[in-house]
Design a protein around this ligand. Sequence first.
Ligand code: RAM
Length: 360
Amino acid sequence: MKKVFATCLTAVLTLSLLSACGQTTTTNNAKESSAPKQTEAAKPADNASGGKKKYAIIFKNTGNPYGEKQMEGFKNAITELGGEAILKAPDQPTAEAQIKMIEELISQKVDSISIAGNDPDALQPALKKAMNAGIKVLSLDSAVNFKSRLVHINQADPERIGRVQVQAISEMIGGKGEIAVLSATSQATNQNTWIEWMKEELKDPKYKDIRLVKVAYGDDLRDKSVSETEALLKSFPNLKGIISPTTVGIAAAGKVLTDKGLKDKVQLTGLGLPSEMAQYIESGVSKWMYLWNPIDVGYLAGYTADALVKGTITGKEGDKFKAGRLGDKAIVKDGDGTQIMLGDPFKFDASNIAEWKKVY
Ligand code: RAM
């Protein structure tokens, strides 16, 4: 029996009761800046929005329900804290598009930027510029490198996320056969880290009869994820299983396997949003999958941004603060940088999916 990762049901169910009620600005095109240049020591403006602090979040791209849930949690936190939330995401999941948004937010003189990075390194100049302007920068979900942020919000231990998906597919296919990974973009820090851990797990001799034939990239775009799944099935007619560590990818793969009548022939697991995957879990196309609470990831980012802006924390190892309903949080080391760990991946299967699909 595989280890079932537990998470706090009560805390998560509480989320379904929370509704967004605050003033949130969602903009994709910031105005050209006519504001005077800020110096290194300059503090971000506190005068716009009736003196409310401005907290921006940039997700990877639009059209991703997971990203929307994350932003919902962020907005909930900022609303509780009396700030203004600015929710942004580019149309395409590229670093270039995010850089444009960062530049706009610098001109808007926001107090903080939380970002799910489309590249670990490419955002560094823009994010450094933001920090030099006094803006508190953190990453969540998909980390930017440690020089580009004050702290990272990590959804769950990457090693456990990576290993558990290989353990799952192995069990589903009886420890034998070809498997493939359907990922997000090739530059996504979170997916790439998890895939590294999948490869580590696969080195165990108990997986000697499993062969990882390809890592495909659906770029967190629904259509591309569908066509990449179809291409995998065509190129590898003996494929026994697909791991998709992205909510967009796994839902697309679920649809393709359903449409092609491949249930029981090709197994599917990965990281899925219960609301999107319920139909495939219930039909048995995916017997089980994992995720954490995306609303909590955003909520924790909101509280962290606020603690950084207020100076309660600086982002260094050992810093502690209270993150609203999530309680006390501590900043720990993460390589050369620091992070805050949210929790564990949680297993979703036919026994609990009906309940969870209502939550996120
Ligand atoms: C997708 C995104 C996101 C990731 C989830 C699991 O929605 O790539 O970054 O955390 O999947």
